[in-house]
Design a protein around this ligand. Structure first.
Ligand SMILES: C[C@@H](C(=O)O)C(=O)SCCNC(=O)CCNC(=O)[C@H](O)C(C)(C)COP(=O)(O)OP(=O)(O)OC[C@H]1O[C@@H](n2cnc3c(N)ncnc32)[C@H](O)[C@@H]1OP(=O)(O)O
Length: 229
């Protein structure tokens, strides 16, 4: 998923037209984060964790800087790295039964894909710390009350349709080049700060990834696991 997402962003960077992008998961969930099987078998050390952060931080930063208005259409779960992916879009539209959860601390790590820094920008310092350190599952209406979600679909599984509706006002703008220009202007505003913060976040993540608590959390469910609540 991580490499495919990076390739998709590469391709979108080549587009010289278009005003919007909707990111949606398949199979009823938005994104369950890093592939746990891959992590167990091939991403075992802090250095592996740093490589994963480098790829994902770069991919999500490039996604965020595309001259397209991006919307995460969240049906089902957005967990761990999936919640970080959701923060990289300009807006989030969620199904009524959706669930956003930053499980990183329960996995023995911090955010590492730039999602911690983006979350502070979205919901403020206190709420971000609460979501990251306590790891509560966040229902759509709670996420909307915090400003993390911009619109809640009426029907279960309706996030994609609601995202299209949300974007309606921008799709009908005549001057598509101007929409792309304002997106570039807004994206440029957070460049210097976000680059520095993302590096610091990746440092925190890779210092913990592969450590004792993280290894235990990555074990399959049949093995003894650390307490999750
Ligand atoms: C980098 C790091 C970070 O925190 O920054 C991460 O992202 S660590 C990743 C953090 N993510 C997680 O801990 C997600 C854990 N997964 C879940 O909470 C749940 O599976 C949901 C995503 C809510 C889906 O629940 P639901 O009841 O719909 O389905 P399910 O649990 O039966 O899962 C369907 C199948 O997907 C697999 N599956 C689920 N999440 C997966 C993941 N992240 N990587 C690899 N496989 C995964 C399950 O093992 C199962 O496989 P089988 O069909 O073969 O049994």
């Amino acid at each position: 998923m991580m490499v495919q997402l990076s390739d998709a962003v590469d391709e979108l960077e080549q587009w010289d037209r278009g005003v919007a992008l909707v990111v949606h998961g398949m199979g009823g969930n938005f994104c369950a984060g890093a592939d746990l099987s891959l992590a167990r078998e091939h991403l075992r050390t802090g250095a592996d964790g740093r490589s994963m952060c480098a790829l994902m931080s770069d991919t999500l930063t490039r996604l965020r800087r595309l001259p397209l208005i991006s919307v995460a259409a969240i049906d089902g779960a957005a967990i761990g790295g999936g919640a970080e992916l959701a923060t990289s879009c300009d807006f989030r539209v969620a199904g009524p039964e959706s669930n956003i959860r930053f499980v990183q601390v329960k996995m023995g790590v911090s955010t590492g894909w730039g999602g911690g820094a983006r979350l502070v920008g979205l919901v403020g310092r206190r709420a971000a710390l609460r979501l990251l350190a306590w790891s509560p599952p966040l229902a759509a209406d709670e996420a909307a009350a915090l400003g993390l979600v911009d619109a809640v679909a009426e029907e279960e599984g309706g996030a994609l349709a609601a995202a299209r509706e949300f974007l309606g006002g921008v799709l009908t703008q005549d001057a598509h080049e101007a929409v792309r220009a304002v997106k570039r202007v807004v994206a440029a505003a957070d460049v210097p700060v976000s680059d520095r913060l993302h590096r610091a976040e990746a440092d925190e993540f890779s210092a913990l990834w592969g450590g004792a608590h993280n290894r235990m959390a990555l074990e399959p469910p049949s093995s003894p696991r650390p307490p999750r609540s």
